[in-house]
Design a protein around this ligand. Structure first.
Ligand code: DAH
Length: 343
């Protein structure tokens, strides 16, 4: 085989393995060229010189040809892979670990959406609240019997935290956000305050932590008609029922006057509650016209500004809307439950 034929075999090898076989056959330990070079030992000095030079030149040529071919084959292989291995970006990632928002969060966001549609903004306040905002400013002074309506978690102010004379509590309701908003913003005000609340209470229908959504509207000429319209609109949107029966029943809250409790029509059976049907009523929230003492405490003149407020329990409304029978399951972190009520 002459040099040209050898080079031809190299350039015609169709893959890396074939090329390597050729390389071994020519330049390997027992390869043709290696043997020929070894064979020079027996040649005459004259022959060794000319033949040796020839063979070495051939060796360099072959090595170059092999390197060149190798490069070409590698490039072709890569191009083939790129063409073949198209990434399907529409495929879901694997493993499909899919999280979801907790039902409480979802329901709160749903409530926020409805109120946002009615022009309400969202406000928040501290969970560790001082006695003044949680009670006093809301017309519940220290000795007021209404304090007994709340089973309060009292928090020690510690050595260096806060004012020694200030009593801190885990807020028992979201109503202190009303006070904080009225004291820091100019009316008109139209806000809701969603968030966690705490009471020292735990049984089938109470958990130490629960959630409320508070609402507050302050403007000129606000009256109970606005309150009724706003609350009814919200409940009908939330339950998706245009004709949901709604009843306002006189009640008492220290921070509103008059005060009312809101009931929705339902039908109770041993196993379940059907919203909107039948002759039973179910309490879903408290509300009323903001008490003049509260307005005055927030430096608002009750003759100039009026308003209404409401507060509702998120778990309760979630349970009713999604037919969740046990309140405690909200806080058990059972993934099967979360999946089931992942909405
Ligand atoms: N804060 C009350 C509670 O936790 C609920 C409530 C009732 C809030 C009437 C209000 C209201 O704003 O007007 O029981």
């Amino acid at each position: 085989m002459n040099a040209a034929e050898k080079i031809d075999i190299i350039t015609k090898s169709s893959n890396l393995r074939e090329l390597d076989d050729v390389r071994v056959a020519l330049l390997g330990k027992n390869g043709e060229l290696t043997q020929a070079l070894k064979g020079l030992g027996q040649a005459t000095p004259e022959e060794r010189k000319t033949r040796g030079k020839e063979l070495n030149m051939l060796k360099v040529q072959l090595e170059e040809a092999i390197a060149e071919r190798k490069e070409a084959l590698l490039a072709a292989e890569e191009a083939g892979k790129l063409a073949e291995e198209k990434i399907d970006v529409s495929l879901p990632s694997y493993p499909q670990v899919k999280g979801s928002l907790h039902p409480i969060t979802q329901v709160m966001e749903e409530m926020e959406r409805i109120f946002a549609g009615m022009g309400f903004g969202v406000r928040t306040g501290p969970l560790v609240e001082d006695d003044y905002h949680n009670f006093t400013a809301l017309n519940i002074p220290p000795s007021h019997p209404a304090r007994q309506m709340h089973d309060t978690f009292y928090v020690s102010s510690g050595d260096d935290a806060g004012d020694e004379d200030t009593q801190y509590v885990l807020r028992t309701h979201t109503s202190p956000v009303q006070v904080r908003t009225m004291q820091s913003e100019e009316p008109p005000i139209r806000i809701i305050a969603p968030g966690s609340t705490f009471r020292c209470d735990s049984d089938l229908t109470h958990t130490p932590m629960f959630h409320q959504v508070e609402g507050l509207v302050i403007d000129k000429g606000i009256h109970m008609g606005h309150l009724k319209g706003c609350v009814s609109e919200f409940l009908r949107a939330f339950f998706g029922m245009e004709d949901l029966p709604i009843r306002f029943r006189p009640s008492f809250f220290p921070f509103t006057e008059p005060s009312a409790e809101v009931d929705i029509g339902c039908k109770r059976s041993r196993e379940s509650i059907t919203i909107g049907a039948g002759g039973d009523w179910l309490e879903v929230m408290g509300c009323g016209m903001v008490h003049p003492n509260v307005l005055r405490e927030c430096k608002l003149d009750p003759d100039e500004w009026q308003g209404f407020a409401f507060g509702m329990g998120v778990e309760r409304l979630a349970m009713l809307k999604y037919n969740i029978p046990d309140l405690r399951t909200f806080f058990e972190s059972d993934v099967r439950w979360l999946k089931h009520y992942g909405f």
